[in-house]
Design a protein around this ligand. Structure first.
Ligand SMILES: [Zn+2]
Ligand SMILES: [Zn+2]
Length: 339
């Protein structure tokens, strides 16, 4: 007789999802080769939404009166605790997060903490070693690798689960998300400024959603494959200026993976490529955000010298990379030295 090891035939995985869910870990023990498990209903849903968003672009250039763009982000607050926020700001961010349909904050932040802890390994939900498309969006279309589930159990999210606003959002997500992401963005433009139903749905709801989803995906795909590594050349996360411009400062990813607690997610506080920093600073000025954490210049310099790929900007006067010609030709005004 054959052994009594439970094996699930590959074709069954697509038909009997519940069987695969319960037995996947057991099966993996006996089958070292990981078999990708595509969730076809998600594939069809995302296919439809992408096609519908293309129609939204067409309408935007032909008959739209107004394109509404909403950007939401809870990355720096909840995933990394890089600053603290009073309840009005937390409420605002939860509402904006719900409009983005990228899972509840608790689920998003848990995935993101796993990503940081096990970057670009099988335990990373959007492991960039599995290809550009997988890290960009493919990971949303198939079941998580067993290693993600296994390592995810050890990730502490007790702080997130103790926040009543986040618990409420997760509990009622199936109701709140369609309302905030699709229904209200369609109804509000029609009622408030007489937009057509077609424009409102395809542009303000679907296109806005798909656009933001793809922009977010670029952080996991492009910023994990394209760019230099001035802070740590041994990781895949890279500095990608294009992504930083498009995602409000989230593209300085080599720095962010080295110093994930820095609320600026970048070394410099330059607002032009980091609108999210300006957003947090604004709320800090009115007292809604506080305890903004940053990294000292000295700590950054030590890390650059230790693990950087040599592409870091000049530190300033006296930097080892400064040429003699630059030193000779410098201009000093209000010189205090007396000749
Ligand atoms: Zn990353
Ligand atoms: Zn992060």
């Amino acid at each position: 007789m054959t052994s009594n090891i439970i094996r699930v035939p590959a074709e069954m995985l697509f038909e009997e999802e519940t069987v695969a869910e319960q037995q996947s870990i057991e099966t993996m023990k006996e089958q070292p080769k990981y078999v990708i498990h595509i969730i076809w209903r998600y594939v069809m849903l995302f296919l439809y939404l992408h096609i519908a968003s293309l129609y939204g672009i067409y309408l935007a250039f032909t008959s739209a009166k107004l394109v509404t763009v909403i950007f939401a982000g809870a990355h720096r607050l909840w995933s990394h605790r890089s600053y603290k926020a009073k309840w009005p700001l937390r409420l605002l961010l939860v509402i904006l997060n719900t409009t983005a349909f990228q899972n509840s904050v608790i689920d998003w932040a848990k995935d993101h903490r796993i990503h940081h802890k096990y970057s670009d390994t099988d335990a990373d939900p959007h492991n960039s070693n599995r290809g550009f498309f997988f890290s960009h969006m493919g990971w949303l279309l198939c079941r998580k690798h067993p290693e993600v589930m296994k390592k995810g159990k050890a990730i502490d999210i007790s702080d997130l689960k103790s926040d009543p606003m986040l618990v409420f959002q997760k509990k009622y997500y199936a109701l709140l998300m369609p309302l905030m992401c699709f229904i209200l963005p369609t109804v509000i433009p029609v009622v408030c400024w007489n937009e057509t139903w077609t424009n409102a749905y395809y542009i303000c709801a679907v296109f806005r959603y798909i656009f933001l989803l793809n922009m977010t995906g670029l952080v996991n795909s492009a910023a994990h494959s394209i760019g230099n590594k001035p802070y740590d050349k041994y990781i895949k996360a890279s500095q990608n200026k294009s992504v930083a411009i498009m995602i409000s400062g989230e593209g300085w990813h080599n720095y962010h993976h080295v110093f994930p607690w820095d609320y600026k997610t970048a070394e410099y506080g330059n607002y032009s490529f980091n609108i999210t920093t300006a957003f947090i600073d604004f709320f800090a000025k009115i007292g809604w955000a506080y305890d903004l954490k940053s990294t000292s210049e000295d700590m950054v310099r030590k890390r650059v010298e230790k693990t950087g790929d040599g592409s870091h900007d000049l530190w300033g006067w006296g930097d080892n990379d400064q040429t003699q010609e630059e030193r000779n030709q410098m201009i000093v005004t209000y010189n205090s030295a007396k000749d």
